[in-house]
Design a protein around this ligand. Sequence first.
Ligand code: F6R
Length: 247
Amino acid sequence: MRIITAKNYEDMSRKAANIISAQIIMNPKCVLGLATGSTPMGAYKQLVDWYNKDDLDFSMVRTVNLDEYKGLDANHEQSYRHFMDSHLFSHVNMNPDHVNIPNGIAADSRLECQRYDDVIAGLGGIDLQVLGIGLNGHIAFNEPDIAFEKKTHLVTLTQSTIAANSRLFNDISEVPTSAYTMGIKNIVQAKMILLIVSGEEKADIMYEAFCGPVTPAVPASILQMHNQVIIVGDAAALAKLSINTTI
Ligand code: F6R
């Protein structure tokens, strides 16, 4: 596991974008697993900037996003599809046919989960998976649980996740209570994982996830078992990791 400490959010974003762009340059047809949320926004902005300078070509890149709210269609302002369009896809030369995100308004949830697993398998798996981490240790929408869910599934969001995500909605009552998410196996089967993390409020969970036991009670802890993980975090988020040299 490599841990790269950045000075601040901007530095973290540029360092993360460097790793993503290296992947695209080395393998223009790569499969990128992408996350939404506040953490990767700066990295996506940096990628758009490099695209505008003619340094990146997304035309053959394929993407699979980690998750999507159930009940929101692609045009809903808070859907993850809309987030990806507005922060990355619509600013670069992504082929829309190469973009994959769970369909929040699929009629049959079970079939949608199966379809999404088939999409990932059909792409030959994920080359580089970008992840954020929730305050309770969730990755994608895999919430703390008594077992690791393996495949794409529908989850009931915890109150802490609903509360954290409500900042983007007019009112907490508008936050969907369930979401589609890749499972833990989908994630750990990625060849390489890039976990981006920022802010002092994530320092405790980073310590638990990477210095504590591997447990579904802290879903991100499973990443200790993956041998191609790069953590890029700002100093505040990594403050408690840097005192532990055993990772
Ligand atoms: C988003 C996702 C979530 C976020 C996590 C952290 O696609 O999968 O697991 O990565 O909730 O969110 P931020 O970055 O907003 O702190």
